[in-house]
Design a protein around this ligand. Structure first.
Ligand SMILES: Cc1cc2nc3c(=O)[nH]c(=O)nc-3n(C[C@H](O)[C@H](O)[C@H](O)COP(=O)(O)O)c2cc1C
Length: 333
């Protein structure tokens, strides 16, 4: 499939997740196969335009991740256009606009999902970005702001008309946050009404669910929490699509993923890691991933507790090695 002129080898992508989908994590998922597109954590348009170091770091990527989409948030058309130019200047393949974040800190600045409450303004943000850059501009939205205003079908058409090259829809409202279930009927309806590719997002935890969603009429699927629990899920879904049995993952491989993540993080120097000690920063990153990664594992809470109480990075490594090399870890029933 294609987004503008950008070819995707697979219609499956890692969803943008603040605090989680950093370049190290994306690289590892990509190496395990099946991933056609990676999307960065959301990055402030304001910070990009002002050249703030920490913001620029959130937008960093490596060549092996291509094609790469950088997601930006903001509500001012000129600033968003200027930020899109920064993203293009960094060499990214796609610039994505966050119209889904329900967090008040973002939404109150007329950014994130707030943009869905002013569709004409949201479309003007996209039009201004499309005019400013040559790379494709895409949009990630929710079903709407709340149940009384599920306007994703209307907004989707408006941003298509404004020049967006693809959209992704997480089928929940901002008010729902993560409660209830994503409305995939709505997503499929939008896909049937648009001419640009539509990605669906929400609640794919097993590879079979990804395949089922792909067959519901969307052109692609963005997988978020399912990848944090199981970084092999995209490859396993691709196996199913190709008529093969999904790749089996051994406990040792699951442990190796976390150890490799530690090594990649250690090789990075970030502004955030300078504020803490580098080691403390890596431990915090492992705690954040560990809270998701251990969810699908039998006795996963044991590892979660161990990582959360570890006094050093070496202790985290030892806990991981012990957990995955003993028989404690097997996929939960
Ligand atoms: C920890 C976390 C952080 C997220 N951060 C972002 C973000 O920065 N930008 C965005 O568009 N969506 C963000 N999302 C939403 C996901 O991209 C996705 O649409 C949502 O989690 C539903 O998909 P899932 O059920 O596969 O996780 C985030 C979700 C989670 C769980």
């Amino acid at each position: 499939m294609k987004i503008g002129a950008v070819d995707l080898a697979s219609p499956l992508a890692i969803a943008p997740m603040a605090g989680m989908t950093d370049t190290a994590f994306r690289r590892l998922v990509k190496r395990h196969g099946g991933c056609g597109l990676v999307v960065s954590e959301m990055v402030s348009s304001e910070g990009l335009v002002r050249g703030i170091d920490r913001t620029l770091e959130y937008a960093e990527y490596t060549e092996e991740e291509r094609p790469v989409s950088i997601q930006i948030f903001g509500g001012d058309p000129e600033k968003m256009a200027a930020a899109a130019q920064v993203v293009e200047g960094m060499g990214a393949d796609i610039v994505d606009v966050n119209m889904g974040c329900p967090v008040p800190k973002i939404a109150k600045h007329n950014a994130g999902c707030s943009l869905m409450r002013e569709p004409a303004h949201a479309a003007s943000v996209i039009a201004s970005m499309v005019k400013a850059v040559r790379i494709p501009v895409t949009v990630k939205m929710r079903a709407g702001w709340n149940d009384g205003d599920r306007n994703a079908p209307t907004l989707a058409k408006m941003v298509q008309d404004a020049g967006a090259s693809a959209i992704a829809v997480h089928g929940r409202t901002a008010e729902q946050s993560y409660s209830g279930l994503a409305d995939w009927d709505l997503v499929a309806r939008i896909a049937s009404e648009l001419t640009i590719p539509v990605f669906g997002s929400g609640d794919c935890i097993e590879p079979e669910q990804i395949v089922e969603r792909l067959r519901s009429g969307v052109q692609g699927v963005l997988v978020g929490r399912g990848v944090l629990r199981n970084p092999w899920i995209l490859q396993q879904a691709n196996d199913l699509i190709a008529g093969r049995a999904p790749r089996q993952v051994t406990p040792e491989e699951r442990g190796r993923f976390l150890l490799d993540y530690i090594e990649l993080l250690l090789s990075e120097r970030t502004d955030e890691s300078r504020a803490l000690t580098h080691e403390r920063w890596v431990v915090n990153k492992l705690r954040a991933l560990g809270s998701w990664y251990t969810k699908g594992l039998e006795n996963g809470s044991h590892l979660r507790t161990a990582i959360n109480s570890a006094a050093s990075l070496q202790q985290v490594r030892d806990d991981i090695a012990t957990f995955f090399c003993s028989q404690e870890a097997s996929p939960a029933a």
